[in-house]
Design a protein around this ligand. Structure first.
Ligand SMILES: NC(=O)c1ccc[n+]([C@@H]2O[C@H](COP(=O)([O-])OP(=O)(O)OC[C@H]3O[C@@H](n4cnc5c(N)ncnc54)[C@H](OP(=O)(O)O)[C@@H]3O)[C@@H](O)[C@H]2O)c1
Length: 245
């Protein structure tokens, strides 16, 4: 008898599954027998792999419609009763130097890369708390740490996303809910066509974070299975006595 995957019948919500990394993650979890809910603006799931799969659900949704997110997630909660794994993957990268800053770029970047995942997480969290189980993965970026030139809107929104990861991990310590960020590395996708790596290279990290035990890490940032501490530990600082400079 073939052994069932750890993800068999787990409910996985993946934002931005219509291309690049999101599509790779969608295919991976479907192949593992999970129930996959995908949302994006484009329906790129017209072939039989998806249309014949009764465990695949697609919802057309523009994540910039922030005021509609709560209703959307509540609809999913009612239908599926649980969301075991949430992958906040949808993202947008709009280049431009700070000297020519277009506030609309900044706004859109934060809407898709930070506001939407924050609202989705807040709403999904209610269901996860009820079920006392949840694994949340925020698809962040090396940009959040490297602050690469020309990508201020992108990097700052991803740094904010990492703050969601860290803050929520502090707020839900008593629950069996884990939230971590990953950087998938420079992959060749429609977002960054010049990059070289395969989107499949981040699958082991995704698998690891989606299947963490209750003792597993939370509030961390992973880069190809390496844990990076991006938030300094301030515990050793004596706040009472300011150091003389
Ligand atoms: N590729 C890399 O080298 C790399 C490196 C570090 C981090 N990342 C991160 O990885 C994630 C996936 O990126 P990718 O490289 O796979 O890029 P991609 O192929 O362009 O995929 C982006 C996904 O986000 C969705 N999306 C964008 N705006 C949306 C909106 N307003 N509403 C709903 N969905 C929206 C897109 O779907 P629709 O267009 O159909 O809406 C698409 O499915 C992003 O968060 C990105 O920042 C990528």
């Amino acid at each position: 008898m073939v052994k069932k995957s750890i993800f068999h019948n787990k409910v996985v919500l993946i934002t931005g599954g219509s291309s690049g990394l999101g599509k790779t993650y969608t295919n991976y979890f479907l192949e593992e027998g999970a129930i996959v809910i995908s949302c994006s603006r484009r329906n790129n799931f017209k072939n039989k792999f998806y249309t014949n799969n009764r465990k695949f659900y697609y919802y057309k949704f523009d994540l910039r419609n922030l005021e509609k997110i709560k209703v959307f997630i509540r609809k999913l909660s009612k239908k599926f009763k649980k969301i075991d794994i949430l992958i906040n993957n949808a993202g947008i990268a709009l280049p431009g130097k700070i000297i020519k800053l277009d506030y609309k770029y900044l706004l859109t970047s934060f809407q898709v890369n930070f506001f939407a995942p924050s609202i989705i997480t807040s709403e999904v969290l209610k269901l996860m708390k009820k079920n006392n189980y949840g694994r949340i993965i925020n698809v962040s970026s090396g940009g959040a740490v490297n602050c690469v030139e020309n990508y201020f809107s992108y990097s700052s929104s991803k740094a904010a996303l990492n703050t969601l990861t860290k803050t929520l991990s502090n707020e839900i310590k008593k629950n069996n809910i884990k939230i971590n960020s990953i950087s998938p590395g420079p992959c060749k996708t429609p977002m960054f066509p010049g990059n070289k790596l395969s989107t499949k290279l981040s699958i082991p990290t995704i698998k690891y974070l989606a299947s963490l035990s209750s003792k597993g890490p939370t509030g961390k940032f992973f880069w190809f299975m390496n844990e990076i501490d991006i938030f300094p530990n301030l515990k050793h600082i004596n706040w009472g006595k300011p150091k003389k400079l």
